[in-house]
Design a protein around this ligand. Sequence first.
Ligand SMILES: N[C@@H](CCC(=O)N[C@@H](CS)C(=O)NCC(=O)O)C(=O)O
Length: 226
Amino acid sequence: MISSLKKLLQKNNLRLVYFDFPFWRVDICRLTLEIANIKYKNVVISKKYFLKNKKTQEFPFGQLPILTVNNTIISQTSAMIRYCGKLANLYPNDPMECALVDQVIDFANDITYLISPSIREKNQKIKNLKRKKLNDIILPEWINYLERFFINNNLNSYFVTEKFTVSDLIVWRILLWLTSGKLENVDLKIEQRFPRLNKYFKFISNNSTVINLKEYSKIMKNQINL
Ligand SMILES: N[C@@H](CCC(=O)N[C@@H](CS)C(=O)NCC(=O)O)C(=O)O
């Protein structure tokens, strides 16, 4: 990173705001900033505080996570990770490579919106039914899209370019979520059914860029049932 940018970043006051549980949306930003040694403050807020202030300007779209840079608030995970990725030099410059990375960000959002209703469901019977449909039909279909996208990129290393990008953190974090066993009643058997994706997942899971990070240890330690 050029030294003038580094100096500017040290002066910037970055704050990542989220609830008190690990989730890919905020984890990918934390991992990205840590890889580039960019300092930020981790701000955890309570559900109670969020609900009380959800409609205020503090949360531009009434949701978390948010990233504040001095007095500017950035919300929406896709904007946040692109911003962090650019600061950390983990988001490409080439427009076509950007388009490849962006598709991965949108994939992560899409798959999350498919899973979210089953997380919010309070009725256990309905929750089980939603999870069964996710496990048997919806998630295999989407994981298949992801594996096909990877195969079409024709790389044997990182997900979309020859170089490590934020897309590697995103795919790794989403696959960790889906395969951790913490998503109740979901067992996608990716080793058997999606061998190329599984090989890629193992590759990133053993990659020194990732496993030496403090944030990585926290993520691995704090997986929760969702
Ligand atoms: N489009 C948003 C979605 C964020 C989102 O769904 N956030 C959830 C937590 S993971 C949230 O704030 N839920 C509380 C609410 O919507 O009231 C993004 O990409 O960041």
